[in-house]
Every structure is written in structure tokens, then in C-alpha cells.
Ligand binder design. Structure first.
Ligand SMILES: [Zn+2]
Length: 328
């Protein structure tokens, strides 16, 4: 069914966050102009693809994205290893402000493993969880760090196992993030640290045409992400908001999915952020050109650095040393 922009939809399925039933269409296409209906909940501002894709559809989508299926071997490009290493340096810097090295850490959605390896270099007892067999195997053989190969909901992990669980750009891809966070709650010790980062839809720098992504089932802002964590039994650490949607939270209790949430003001706030013409103009053309230049420069530098022949482990170790030297 085709929906029009700003059309209201009354749905039988209650909102996963606030249990309201009214959605408003805020997007009809995703990237590359492919049709994709995106809605916002009137009761809380939670944004998601509509209808929420079934788990099997999501799995099929990722299988296509990865080109090889979940079993195929993978060889990440050096420029990607370099890029992920630099992301890992920033994640590690932030984490070390909240947790001492030496603790037991699980990185959920560990991908090709740069962060898990870097965390182990920093002294954490680090392990990955990754559904893709090829990426898991790559992480084990190239970086020599342990990875559990399983989808989150099928991972065989005992209660109270970890001091720290990290998720970087994972939650927005999941079929039902509250259920997934429930698993993480069980695997964490009481008082354990959850480090979560998702893109912030409120401060997205993408133009309206590129705002919504087929791979992102959910789009959060600070309010919806915090409310979700609260339901899942996590409380923001006192210094917990590094950025609006880069959060550090502690397990303080079991999940309470029945907790009532009502924040219609967040719906209004997001509608202004997404559709206010003046706000859009401020993101204007000038900054777009500047962004393009920066991006081109970054790609060029990455290309130059990454074409020098070196083992992937050498790339990660070099970025780690640079990062730690910079932090000292
Ligand atoms: Zn809602």
C-alpha cells in the first residue's frame, strides 16, 4: 500500500515504546529513491519503517547487503579496516572514561573485529558477538580474539557474565530493540555498563531524500533512545550522555516493558527538526559543498594510507598506538 507524506495511519499494533496507535508518515522513499514508508509515533516520536519488516525479511536484506550469505568468507578492504580502526579508537577513548581496562567486555555486532581487538590491546577481556560466520572467522583468524557466532537472540550466554556490553550502530538495525536489550540486560552483571551508539535522526545532516535507510528499521533521538533503555532496565550513568545518542548506561534492574511512556512533546519536537524550513535552510548548500570536500579528502587520505601493504593487524595496532598516544 502506498502512503502519502503526512498521512495519519491508525494501526492495530501498539507502539513498541509508548503503546499509542497513531502514526504519521514522514517519508515515502529511502536512499537511492527506493520506496520506503517511514512513520513517526504521535505518542512518543519513535520513528520506524512501516510496516516493521519481518525478521526473515531483515535477514534476507542483510544477506544481500553482504553479497555473500551469512556463511561466505570475507576479506574486508584495507581502507575499511582503517576507517573502522579510527572509529574504534574514538569508541575506546570514550569507554575508558567510564570503565577500567581488565573488565569482561562483549561487543555486540562486532563485524570484522577492529574494536574487539583494540579493546583487548587496551587490556579488556574482550569478546565479540556477530551473526555473520565470515566476519566472525575473519576476526578470529586475523585478530586472534574470541567471537561468538550467532544472532543475538540465539547466543548461548549465561546470566551475569559481562561487566560491559557495547553496541555501535546496531540497535537501529534490529527487528525489536527492546527484546534485544532484554537479552543484554540478562548477560550484564548488576551495575554493569552498556555503551550504545546509534545515529541521531534529529541532528541528521542528510537531506530529506537521503534521510531514511532501508537497513535502519528504527531511527532514534535522545528522548526515544533513553526511554527505550529505561524500559530495558538501564539508567544513564551520571556522566552518561557523551552525545545525544551516544550513551553510557548502567543495569539497575530487570527490564520493565510494561512501564508507561508518554512524550507527545517529543513527536512535536522531531516534526519541527525534520520539516522546519528554516532549520533545513541552515543546513544549506554551502555546508554541503564543504562536507563533500572533507569527504573527498578523507577518502583520498584513507586510500593513500590503506594501499601501503601491511597486514590488517598492523593497521589496527598502528591506529591503536596513535590513539593512545593522543589520549595520553
Ligand atoms: Zn510511541
Amino acid at each position: 500500500m502506498k502512503y502519502a507524506l503526512h498521512q495519519s495511519i491508525f494501526t492495530d499494533a501498539p507502539c513498541k515504546l509508548c503503546a499509542a496507535h497513531t502514526l504519521v508518515v514522514i517519508g515515502t522513499h529511502g536512499r537511492r529513491r527506493r520506496p520506503l514508508t517511514t512513520t513517526i509515533c504521535r505518542g512518543c516520536g519513535l520513528i520506524h519503517s512501516y510496516p516493521i519488516p519481518r525478521k526473515e525479511e531483515l535477514d534476507a536484506f542483510y544477506a544481500r547487503q553482504y553479497r555473500s550469505d551469512y556463511k561466505g568468507t570475507v576479506t574486508p578492504k584495507r581502507k575499511h579496516i582503517l576507517r573502522y580502526s579510527r572509529v574504534a579508537v574514538r569508541r575506546l577513548d570514550r569507554l575508558l572514561q567510564f570503565a577500567p581496562a581488565g573488565q569482561k567486555l562483549l561487543d555486540v555486532g562486532s563485524g570484522s573485529g577492529e574494536f574487539v581487538y583494540m579493546a583487548s590491546l587496551a587490556g579488556f577481556d574482550a569478546q565479540g558477538l556477530e551473526p555473520h560466520a565470515g566476519y566472525s572467522e575473519y576476526t578470529r583468524t586475523i585478530f586472534g580474539v574470541p567471537v561468538i557466532t550467532a544472532p543475538l537472540e540465539k547466543a548461548d550466554i549465561a546470566e551475569n557474565t559481562y561487566d560491559i556490553i557495547t553496541l555501535n550502530h546496531v540497535l537501529e538495525h534490529l527487528h525489536y530493540p527492546l527484546t534485544s536489550l532484554g537479552y543484554l540486560n540478562r548477560w550484564l552483571k548488576m551495575g554493569g555498563l552498556l555503551a550504545v551508539e546509534v545515529p541521531d535522526i534529529e541532528f541528521t545532516r542528510h537531506s530529506a531524500a537521503n534521510r531514511f535507510h532501508h537497513a535502519h528499521v528504527y531511527n532514534f533521538n535522545h528522548a526515544t533512545l533513553t526511554a527505550l533503555l529505561d524500559k530495558a532496565g538501564f539508567e544513564l550513568d551520571a556522566r552518561g550522555a557523551v552525545a545525544s545518542t551516544t550513551l553510557f548506561a548502567r543495569k539497575t534492574r530487570a527490564p520493565a516493558p510494561e512501564r508507561q511512556v508518554s512524550m507527545p512533546e517529543n513527536y512535536h519536537r522531531l516534526m519541527v527538526a525534520l520539516f522546519d524550513v528554516t532549520a533545513g535552510a541552515a543546513r544549506g548548500r554551502g555546508s554541503r559543498i564543504l562536507r563533500l570536500l572533507r569527504k573527498t579528502r578523507r577518502y583520498l587520505l584513507e586510500y593513500l594510507e590503506a594501499t601501503r601493504p601491511s597486514h590488517p593487524r598492523v593497521i589496527v595496532e598502528r591506529e591503536f598506538r596513535r590513539g593512545r598516544a593522543g589520549a595520553a
